[in-house]
Design a protein around this ligand. Structure first.
Ligand code: MN3
Length: 256
């Protein structure tokens, strides 16, 4: 009995080591810097008390109108995102040895988390990271924002033109069955690709099929668009482009 348990443990450790090896690419990408130099970094690192908190939105809930409506933003940010933060903190409370770890650290090592809190941290930690990034992808000043030259070149290399990039992205976002996210990620050579993740998973997780550093993400859960667009996810994805903050996305792209 003891041997079987020990063998199981060895197999688990081997699996974890293999999973960690697959993350080589991410270790060279400073995911923490996704939020560096901006108000809103602290909630992702967790404060002195080890608690995560809702990051400041950076604009008013109605500021993205008419593209993203105020009621959706109010509920999405104030209720849904707050819910992920609250449940993430509750999970960490049950595994105090994880207190003080950054969200990146938790999400990149989902497979090594204590089993009884693993799914809660995957879902709610993922929810916290993803939404923190999503709010920053959008801005009321989006119209004045501009893609950097390096980002424009990488997009053209990957998709030929902005129009085909948007078409590919819309196809990916529309193809997510049920709830999930679509992302543009970069690898450590700076090349871009579009990936999707189910539920609140994201491309920095060790459990993700397609990994990379996310520089843009769209929430395609129905709660992100149902009040305004009902079942027409494609209209929401189109509206999203009108509020994408290219200054921010370019800054994330520029960070290695
Ligand atoms: Mn959401």
């Amino acid at each position: 009995m003891k041997n079987a348990k020990e063998n199981g443990r060895r197999a688990f450790l081997k699996k974890s080591a293999l999973a960690a090896a697959g993350l080589g690419i991410l270790n060279t990408l400073h995911i923490d810097s996704l939020f560096a130099g901006t108000a809103g970094m602290e909630p992702l690192i967790s404060g002195g008390d080890g608690e995560f908190s809702l990051p400041p939105l950076g604009y008013e809930v109605g500021d993205l109108e008419p593209h993203i409506d105020a009621m959706t933003m109010m509920i999405h940010y104030g209720k849904h995102h707050q819910g992920y933060v609250t449940k993430l903190n509750a999970a960490i409370e049950k595994a105090p040895q994880l207190k003080g770890k950054s969200i990146k650290d938790l999400l990149m090592h989902i497979n090594s988390l204590p089993e009884d809190v693993r799914m809660a941290i995957r879902n709610n930690g993922g929810g916290h990271f993803n939404h923190s990034m999503y709010w920053k992808c959008m801005s009321p000043k989006a119209m004045d924002s501009k893609m950097s030259e390096p980002l424009r070149m990488a997009c053209e290399k990957a998709w030929g033109s902005m129009d085909s990039m948007k078409a590919e992205f819309a196809k990916a976002a529309g193809g997510v069955f049920g709830s999930g996210w679509a992302w543009i990620v970069k690898d450590d050579a700076g090349a871009l690709k579009i990936v999707t993740t189910p539920n609140q998973d994201n491309p920095i997780m060790d459990v993700a099929m397609d990994k990379g550093k996310p520089i843009l993400g769209i929430d395609v859960w129905e709660h992100a668009y149902y009040l305004k667009h009902q079942n027409v996810r494609g209209d929401y994805v189109s509206a999203f482009w009108d509020v994408v903050d290219w200054d921010q996305v370019s800054a994330w792209y520029g960070e290695m």
